[in-house]
Design a protein around this ligand. Sequence first.
Ligand SMILES: Nc1ncnc2c1ncn2[C@@H]1O[C@H](COP(=O)(O)OP(=O)(O)OP(=O)(O)O)[C@@H](O)[C@H]1O
Length: 300
Amino acid sequence: MNPLKVDKVYKQYGDKTAVNGISFEVAEGEIYGLLGANGAGKTTTMRMVLGLIYPDGGSIQYNGKPYSTDLLRNLGYLPEERGLYPKVKVSDQVIYLAKLRGMSQRDAVTNLKRWLDRFNVPEYYNKKVEELSKGNQQKIQFIASVIHNPKIVIMDEAFSGLDPVNVELLKSTVKELRDSGSSILFSTHRMEHVEELCRNITILHKSNPVLQGNLKSIKKQFPRERILLGTEGDVQGLETIAGVTKVVRHENGYALFISNESAGRPVLELAMAQTGINKFEVLEPTLNEIFIKTVGDNHE
Ligand SMILES: Nc1ncnc2c1ncn2[C@@H]1O[C@H](COP(=O)(O)OP(=O)(O)OP(=O)(O)O)[C@@H](O)[C@H]1O
């Protein structure tokens, strides 16, 4: 049984449907990607999973059971809007939040110190939140969401506003949480993070789940439309091959855009007849391309 099961969940605000029948499960040790344009319904879904708002239909099960307040100890939430008190000391507020989640003072202090060391900022323990930069406040918020070792973690735009070094740092900690068995529901607009972290995804479009499943299988459902061709010299006539829509010359060869995968073979044959070939790859679509194809330009 998976730790988190969302079944045909539905939410309406007035006459606006915010989430229209989403179903998915997150396994132990899995990061599940929830994707969608602005207003698609991601945050609403996450808030329902957290028990902050109630679904108007469907059910959510945690290890096979419905929501109860006991779950507070096992749920972690990194909200999209950051919510720390600027005037309060980092240690006071993180330890307070950890105690609300059922931790003892001693364990909360130990864990906070360990996390601050991990993020190379032990000196923040006694600082007020307002003294930290935005990115560093986000690290503290991240710590507050996982300090009680939750088994189910909900992360809404976990890496927004961070510099590349800190993105890598937080990414590696998210992977560690996964590897220690947590089930993580993760939303982002950065498709390359999803490609790196998530095994399964749902794309929401205007409240509807429009594409769902294993990321590798999803990629196989979409046509491959780019060829990477590494050559020793020039190749003449690539643009005349049927199905080749664009040819771009690079330092070490060509990038070709194709409307049909059958163009691959004649491209290779033509190139081989004229020069040495050191690379030939028909590339899978990126998640970014799949997302744009699925959601289109119809963003809210
Ligand atoms: N409290 C509310 N009252 C009325 N409408 C709401 C409320 N919360 C969300 N909505 C509407 O529900 C829809 C889904 O919103 P939601 O915040 O879940 O989207 P999202 O996918 O998280 O978007 P973003 O990427 O911008 O954070 C939107 O049309 C939004 O305007």
